[in-house]
Design a protein. Structure first.
Length: 211
Protein backbone atom coordinates (compact mmCIF):
# COMPACT_ATOMS: atom_id res chain seq x y z
CA UNK A 1 0.00 0.00 0.00
CA UNK A 2 3.02 2.28 -0.37
CA UNK A 3 4.09 2.21 3.31
CA UNK A 4 7.40 1.15 4.81
CA UNK A 5 8.37 0.51 8.46
CA UNK A 6 10.65 3.36 9.53
CA UNK A 7 11.68 5.15 12.68
CA UNK A 8 10.10 8.51 13.40
CA UNK A 9 12.73 11.22 13.56
CA UNK A 10 12.63 14.22 15.85
CA UNK A 11 11.70 17.39 14.01
CA UNK A 12 12.66 20.89 15.02
CA UNK A 13 9.71 23.23 14.68
CA UNK A 14 11.80 26.35 14.16
CA UNK A 15 13.48 26.78 10.81
CA UNK A 16 16.24 29.07 9.50
CA UNK A 17 15.25 31.76 7.05
CA UNK A 18 15.35 30.70 3.41
CA UNK A 19 18.15 33.17 2.72
CA UNK A 20 20.25 32.02 5.68
CA UNK A 21 19.82 28.37 4.73
CA UNK A 22 20.59 28.88 1.04
CA UNK A 23 23.72 30.93 1.75
CA UNK A 24 25.06 28.40 4.23
CA UNK A 25 24.35 25.50 1.90
CA UNK A 26 26.15 27.22 -0.97
CA UNK A 27 29.24 27.80 1.17
CA UNK A 28 29.19 24.27 2.54
CA UNK A 29 29.00 22.84 -0.97
CA UNK A 30 32.10 24.84 -1.84
CA UNK A 31 33.91 23.49 1.25
CA UNK A 32 32.93 19.92 0.37
CA UNK A 33 34.20 20.24 -3.20
CA UNK A 34 37.47 21.77 -1.98
CA UNK A 35 37.85 18.95 0.56
CA UNK A 36 37.20 16.30 -2.06
CA UNK A 37 39.84 17.90 -4.29
CA UNK A 38 42.30 17.91 -1.39
CA UNK A 39 42.59 21.66 -0.87
CA UNK A 40 41.37 21.56 2.74
CA UNK A 41 40.19 19.24 5.47
CA UNK A 42 36.54 19.44 6.48
CA UNK A 43 35.30 18.44 9.92
CA UNK A 44 31.93 18.55 11.61
CA UNK A 45 31.81 19.09 15.36
CA UNK A 46 29.16 18.37 17.97
CA UNK A 47 28.73 17.17 21.55
CA UNK A 48 26.77 14.25 22.93
CA UNK A 49 26.12 12.76 26.34
CA UNK A 50 25.89 9.11 27.31
CA UNK A 51 24.06 7.69 30.31
CA UNK A 52 22.64 4.40 31.57
CA UNK A 53 19.28 5.32 30.06
CA UNK A 54 19.14 3.01 27.00
CA UNK A 55 18.54 4.23 23.46
CA UNK A 56 17.89 0.77 22.01
CA UNK A 57 14.31 0.64 20.70
CA UNK A 58 14.43 -2.65 18.76
CA UNK A 59 16.08 -6.05 19.02
CA UNK A 60 15.59 -9.70 18.05
CA UNK A 61 13.63 -11.58 20.69
CA UNK A 62 11.91 -14.97 20.87
CA UNK A 63 8.27 -14.81 19.82
CA UNK A 64 6.06 -14.18 22.81
CA UNK A 65 8.79 -12.70 25.00
CA UNK A 66 9.18 -9.07 25.97
CA UNK A 67 12.71 -7.68 26.17
CA UNK A 68 13.65 -5.62 29.18
CA UNK A 69 16.61 -3.32 29.64
CA UNK A 70 17.43 -1.71 32.97
CA UNK A 71 17.18 2.06 32.81
CA UNK A 72 19.01 4.45 35.12
CA UNK A 73 19.69 8.13 34.77
CA UNK A 74 23.29 7.81 35.89
CA UNK A 75 25.43 9.98 33.65
CA UNK A 76 28.52 8.36 32.14
CA UNK A 77 30.28 10.70 29.75
CA UNK A 78 30.05 13.97 27.80
CA UNK A 79 31.91 13.86 24.50
CA UNK A 80 32.95 16.35 21.84
CA UNK A 81 33.39 14.69 18.46
CA UNK A 82 35.22 16.25 15.50
CA UNK A 83 34.50 14.13 12.43
CA UNK A 84 35.84 14.17 8.89
CA UNK A 85 33.13 12.31 6.94
CA UNK A 86 35.29 11.88 3.85
CA UNK A 87 37.68 9.48 5.57
CA UNK A 88 35.87 8.51 8.80
CA UNK A 89 38.54 10.26 10.85
CA UNK A 90 37.27 11.05 14.34
CA UNK A 91 38.89 13.09 17.07
CA UNK A 92 37.16 12.68 20.44
CA UNK A 93 37.47 14.79 23.55
CA UNK A 94 35.86 13.50 26.75
CA UNK A 95 34.87 15.90 29.48
CA UNK A 96 36.04 15.11 32.98
CA UNK A 97 33.53 13.28 35.15
CA UNK A 98 30.52 15.50 35.86
CA UNK A 99 32.01 18.31 33.74
CA UNK A 100 29.54 20.11 31.51
CA UNK A 101 30.25 21.16 27.97
CA UNK A 102 30.94 24.89 28.04
CA UNK A 103 33.03 27.57 26.36
CA UNK A 104 36.12 26.79 28.44
CA UNK A 105 35.96 23.10 27.52
CA UNK A 106 35.43 23.88 23.82
CA UNK A 107 38.30 26.36 23.77
CA UNK A 108 40.74 23.89 25.29
CA UNK A 109 39.67 21.17 22.85
CA UNK A 110 40.01 23.39 19.79
CA UNK A 111 43.38 24.67 21.00
CA UNK A 112 44.54 21.05 20.98
CA UNK A 113 42.86 20.34 17.63
CA UNK A 114 44.43 23.41 16.00
CA UNK A 115 47.82 22.25 17.19
CA UNK A 116 47.43 18.96 15.28
CA UNK A 117 46.49 20.41 11.91
CA UNK A 118 48.56 19.61 8.85
CA UNK A 119 46.81 22.04 6.53
CA UNK A 120 43.89 24.38 6.05
CA UNK A 121 40.88 23.05 7.99
CA UNK A 122 37.24 24.10 8.18
CA UNK A 123 35.22 23.02 11.22
CA UNK A 124 31.44 23.23 10.91
CA UNK A 125 29.60 23.84 14.18
CA UNK A 126 26.03 24.51 15.20
CA UNK A 127 24.92 27.60 17.07
CA UNK A 128 25.09 26.24 20.62
CA UNK A 129 25.81 28.98 23.19
CA UNK A 130 29.28 27.60 23.94
CA UNK A 131 30.10 27.81 20.21
CA UNK A 132 28.93 31.39 19.79
CA UNK A 133 29.78 33.07 23.09
CA UNK A 134 31.93 36.19 23.12
CA UNK A 135 34.69 34.31 24.95
CA UNK A 136 34.67 31.58 22.28
CA UNK A 137 34.77 34.00 19.35
CA UNK A 138 37.73 35.81 20.88
CA UNK A 139 39.79 32.78 19.83
CA UNK A 140 38.73 32.72 16.16
CA UNK A 141 41.58 34.88 14.86
CA UNK A 142 44.15 32.93 16.85
CA UNK A 143 42.84 29.62 15.47
CA UNK A 144 42.79 31.01 11.94
CA UNK A 145 46.49 31.78 12.23
CA UNK A 146 46.98 28.05 12.81
CA UNK A 147 44.83 27.12 9.82
CA UNK A 148 41.56 26.41 11.61
CA UNK A 149 38.45 28.23 10.39
CA UNK A 150 35.06 27.93 12.12
CA UNK A 151 31.94 27.84 9.96
CA UNK A 152 28.53 28.15 11.57
CA UNK A 153 25.78 26.00 10.14
CA UNK A 154 22.35 27.63 9.84
CA UNK A 155 20.23 27.61 12.98
CA UNK A 156 17.82 24.73 13.59
CA UNK A 157 19.49 22.53 10.96
CA UNK A 158 20.93 19.47 12.75
CA UNK A 159 20.57 17.39 9.56
CA UNK A 160 23.40 19.44 8.04
CA UNK A 161 25.81 18.43 10.78
CA UNK A 162 27.07 15.03 9.68
CA UNK A 163 28.54 14.10 13.06
CA UNK A 164 24.92 13.73 14.22
CA UNK A 165 24.89 10.52 12.16
CA UNK A 166 27.69 9.16 14.34
CA UNK A 167 25.73 9.76 17.54
CA UNK A 168 22.67 8.00 16.08
CA UNK A 169 24.77 5.02 14.99
CA UNK A 170 26.34 4.67 18.43
CA UNK A 171 23.14 5.05 20.43
CA UNK A 172 20.75 3.12 18.21
CA UNK A 173 22.92 0.48 16.56
CA UNK A 174 26.35 -0.08 18.08
CA UNK A 175 25.46 -0.03 21.76
CA UNK A 176 23.97 -3.35 22.87
CA UNK A 177 21.47 -4.06 25.67
CA UNK A 178 24.15 -5.64 27.84
CA UNK A 179 26.28 -2.51 27.62
CA UNK A 180 23.82 -0.77 29.92
CA UNK A 181 24.26 -3.26 32.77
CA UNK A 182 26.75 -1.06 34.61
CA UNK A 183 28.79 2.13 34.25
CA UNK A 184 31.93 0.07 33.60
CA UNK A 185 30.33 -1.97 30.82
CA UNK A 186 29.03 1.14 29.06
CA UNK A 187 32.37 2.91 29.39
CA UNK A 188 34.15 -0.16 28.02
CA UNK A 189 31.88 -0.38 24.99
CA UNK A 190 32.14 3.35 24.25
CA UNK A 191 35.92 3.13 24.48
CA UNK A 192 35.88 0.25 22.00
CA UNK A 193 33.59 2.07 19.56
CA UNK A 194 35.63 5.26 19.60
CA UNK A 195 38.94 3.40 19.38
CA UNK A 196 37.83 1.31 16.40
CA UNK A 197 35.78 3.90 14.56
CA UNK A 198 37.02 4.00 11.00
CA UNK A 199 37.96 0.31 10.99
CA UNK A 200 35.49 -2.02 12.75
CA UNK A 201 32.87 0.71 13.02
CA UNK A 202 32.36 2.70 9.84
CA UNK A 203 29.78 4.96 8.26
CA UNK A 204 29.32 5.47 4.54
CA UNK A 205 28.40 9.13 4.59
CA UNK A 206 26.26 10.49 1.81
CA UNK A 207 27.41 13.95 0.76
CA UNK A 208 24.49 14.37 -1.64
CA UNK A 209 23.02 17.23 0.35
CA UNK A 210 26.23 19.15 -0.26
CA UNK A 211 27.06 18.15 -3.84
Amino acid sequence: MGYVWKRFRKWIKKQPTAEEYAEALTRMRAFVHLAIEGYLDLYFGDESGFSLSPYIPYGWLPVGQQGKIASRREHIENVLGLLNPLNNHLIRYSAREQQNINTDFMTKCLDDFAGQLKGLTVLALDNAPWHTSKAFKQNLERWQEKGLFIFYLPRYSPHLNLVETLWRKIKYEWLRPGDYNSPSSLKKRLKEIFAEFGSKFQIEFSMNIYT
